[in-house]
Design a protein around this ligand. Structure first.
Ligand SMILES: Nc1ncnc2c1ncn2[C@@H]1O[C@H](COP(=O)(O)OP(=O)(O)OP(=O)(O)O)[C@@H](O)[C@H]1O
Length: 235
């Protein structure tokens, strides 16, 4: 069974069709990258999948249940673009808070290690840099041990070493059976994914593997390949 099934999903935000008749599936236990230019509808689609988006038409099913169902709350982790943590708590207190809510306090140290924040565990979140705050958010999601982890541009603003570390961590999680859906507008991250969902102007451009994208467009560079795909569609 697929982790996510979207059928004819359309979302209006104000006068904008942020997601326009998108149908796709996300397989379990793999890393699926949701890629496309800024404003193409990635966040809106992710919000529809985790059940926080209003005005969604069509059908969104997650782990066999309708998106947003109460039964999914303990099974889906969502890391938003803006860090959603308590700035008056320390790094460790933030992670421990979410761990306690989900009955997973044994994973606190592991989650801190995964995002390389063990040395900052006792620091107040208000004293952290933007990149460090993002990493606390990721640790708060990791510690809940979700079956599906949805991450909205988690590597934005991180240095290349940390980005590489995080992608390795995502690969480890996927290998352990966790489904990962991760958005990015940086095409060089596409190579880290098993499958790609490419969007533009609210619409699904293609769903394929990085290898298929290269073969279909005869471009080795994935940024060029994406552009070629779009231009081919526009022609
Ligand atoms: N609260 C809102 N009200 C009205 N329109 C919105 C709102 N939020 C987003 N939009 C519009 O919906 C469209 C999709 O936005 P969305 O944030 O989903 O894109 P995105 O691909 O995630 O962009 P980015 O990569 O910059 O985060 C855009 O045209 C945006 O201007």
């Amino acid at each position: 069974m697929d982790a996510i099934r979207c059928e004819n999903v359309t979302v209006w935000r104000g006068s904008v069709t942020a997601v326009d008749d998108v149908s796709l599936t996300v397989p379990r236990g793999r890393i699926t990258g949701l890629l496309g230019p800024s404003g193409c509808g990635k966040t809106t689609l992710l919000r529809s999948i985790v059940g926080t988006q209003k005005n969604v038409t069509g059908n969104v099913e997650v782990l066999g249940a309708p998106a947003g169902s109460a039964s999914l709350r303990h099974r889906v982790g969502y890391v938003t673009q803006a860090a959603s943590i308590y700035t008056d708590l320390t790094v460790e207190q933030n992670v421990r808070y979410f761990a306690t809510l989900f009955g997973a306090t044994d994973g606190v140290q592991g989650a801190l290690e995964a995002v390389d924040l063990t040395a900052r565990a006792g620091h107040l979140a208000s004293d952290l840099s933007g990149g460090q705050l993002s990493r606390v958010s990721i640790a708060c999601a990791l510690v809940t041990k979700p079956s599906l982890l949805v991450l909205d541009e988690p590597t934005a603003g991180l240095d290349p070493v940390l980005r590489a570390d995080l992608w390795t961590r995502f690969a480890d999680l996927a290998a352990s059976g966790v489904t990962i859906l991760v958005s990015s507008h940086v095409m060089d991250e596409a190579d880290r994914c098993d499958d790609l969902i490419l969007m533009r102007d609210g619409r699904l451009v293609a769903q394929l593997t990085p290898r298929d994208l290269r073969e279909r467009t005869e471009k080795n560079n994935l940024e060029d390949a994406f552009l070629t795909l779009i231009q081919g569609r526009a022609a």
